[in-house]
Ligand binder design. Structure first.
Ligand SMILES: Nc1ncnc2c1ncn2[C@@H]1O[C@H](COP(=O)(O)OP(=O)(O)OP(=O)(O)O)[C@@H](O)[C@H]1O
Length: 273
């Protein structure tokens, strides 16, 4: 069974102009369909405004699509009963781009990571503390960091904290919406390596939303490219992206062409990570 199936999803946003009574519906997603298997990472690429984040929100259950279905392990997310939705919410976690606004600034790191565990698992205080310490260690933070507040972390450290919270319940799928875009190059590479390790250790799947084809190519197994609310290219094997004839895809590739080994010249070039 597919882990995730996005089935004929269409969505619009309504906007009303000044002095006008009627609302105009602007299409944002048009008949988007794809599926994901357990243990894979799908890189969802596209330029700004392509509809990637809207699709991410719909998959997370945060925005009901105007048409279509989201099936998580065969269960329809938007028509499931409360108990099934609660289970899906456990199995489906998220990491957003803005690591600062993703956390409550008044909570300690310990409380931030403990929160999902408190909601879903009955652990004693000492078990909870040990689990949080283990999770922090797994993402490269220290036990002493437990007592720190978000403002006391760097961007890279805070994104590690967000990742620790996202993996706390051992979810099946994590939607990552531009998780490295606000970080510097070194932190970007470190976080991508961490995500790769965690995927193997925890048997995770990622939907990795980004406009950065290098990041997507590094971390993903499969790639999909969106343009104006439609999926214009889908590559079950990411290498196939280099054979695409789609103009949007070609434009994305031309930015990194020289960095791919297939196109390397004798000139020393930077590596993808
Ligand atoms: N809440 C909203 N109300 C109205 N329009 C919206 C809303 N959210 C997004 N949009 C519009 O929907 C379109 C798709 O936006 P979306 O954020 O999904 O694109 P994106 O591919 O994630 O872009 P980016 O990479 O810049 O975040 C854009 O034209 C955007 O202006």
């Amino acid at each position: 069974m597919d882990l995730l199936e996005v089935k004929n999803v269409s969505h619009t946003y309504g906007s009303r102009r000044l002095f006008e009574r009627t609302t105009q519906e602007t299409p944002v997603l048009s008949d988007v369909s794809f599926s994901m298997q357990h243990g894979t990472c799908l890189g969802l690429l596209g330029s700004s405004g392509a509809g990637k984040s809207t699709l991410g929100k719909i998959i997370l259950g945060l925005e009901k699509p105007k048409k279509g279905q989201i099936l998580f392990e065969g269960q329809d997310l938007y028509s499931a009963n409360a108990q099934t939705r609660k289970q899906i919410r456990r199995d489906l976690q998220v990491v957003f781009q803005d690591c600062y606004s993703s956390v409550n600034p008044r909570m300690t790191a310990e409380k931030i990571v403990a929160e999902p565990l408190e909601n879903y698992e009955k652990l004693s205080p000492s078990e909870l503390q040990r689990t949080v310490a283990r999770l922090l260690d797994r993402v490269g933070l220290k036990t002493e960091d437990m007592k720190k507040f978000p403002r006391q972390f760097s961007g890279g450290q805070l994104q590690r904290l967000n990742i620790a919270r996202a993996i706390a319940l051992k979810p099946k799928l994590i939607v990552m919406d531009e998780p490295i875009s606000s970080l510097d190059m070194v932190n970007q590479a470190n976080i991508l390596n961490l995500l790769d390790e965690l995927k193997a250790d925890y048997d995770l799947s990622y939907l990795f939303i980004t406009h950065d084809i290098r990041a997507a190519y590094t971390v993903a197994d499969e790639l999909a490219v969106m343009e104006k609310g439609e999926v214009v290219e889908y590559c079950p094997d990411k290498k196939e992206i280099f054979n695409s004839t789609n103009p949007t895809v070609k434009k994305l590739i031309s930015a990194i062409l020289l960095e791919h080994p297939m196109f390397r010249t004798k000139k020393p070039l930077r590596t993808i990570t």
